[in-house]
Design a protein around this ligand. Structure first.
Ligand code: HEC
Length: 118
């Protein structure tokens, strides 16, 4: 009877594989919201740089003296106003409805909040 060596269940998944699976679970588990928020803000910073900075200023520093809206004036409760203005545009501000999706617009908002509310 030499079939009794080792448990078939454990030998199917070598310990390093099991450890990797647990790590992957931990990374996406509820323990990581802070890291996710930072990542979103960083994505938003890049999108802002590509689409908005030309008019609204590098790094949100608006130097147009009021020709364009200073986005740092938006308060946390102005999220609706922000999303609506970005989707639909306003006067000289072009609409972004067909250029950006909601995730990208939310990312810009995260970047704005992460920069202003510190
Ligand atoms: C071509 C220049 C230009 C670009 C590019 C631009 N904006 Fe604007 N934006 C403006 C101007 C001008 C206004 C002021 C509109 C007004 O009140 O007449 C404005 C206003 C706004 C407002 C305030 C609207 C309000 O409620 O009063 C928001 C929010 C905004 N822009 C967000 C963005 C975001 C986000 C981007 C990048 C996706 C962007 N803008 C890109 C020119 C621009």
């Amino acid at each position: 009877m030499d079939r009794a060596t080792g448990s078939p269940c454990l030998s199917r998944w070598p310990p390093p594989v099991v450890a990797a699976m647990l790590l992957a679970l931990a990374a996406f588990g509820p323990a990581a919201p802070a890291a996710t928020e930072t990542a979103t803000a960083e994505v938003g910073a890049t999108i802002y740089g590509n689409y908005c900075a030309a008019c609204h200023g590098d790094g949100l520093r608006n130097t147009t003296g009021g020709a364009t809206f200073d986005l740092r004036r938006l308060r946390p409760e102005d999220r609706e106003r922000f999303v609506t203005a970005v989707l639909n545009g306003k006067n000289q501000m072009p609409p972004w409805r067909n250029a950006l999706d909601m995730k990208q617009i939310e990312a810009i908002w995260s970047y704005l909040r992460a920069t202003v509310d510190r």
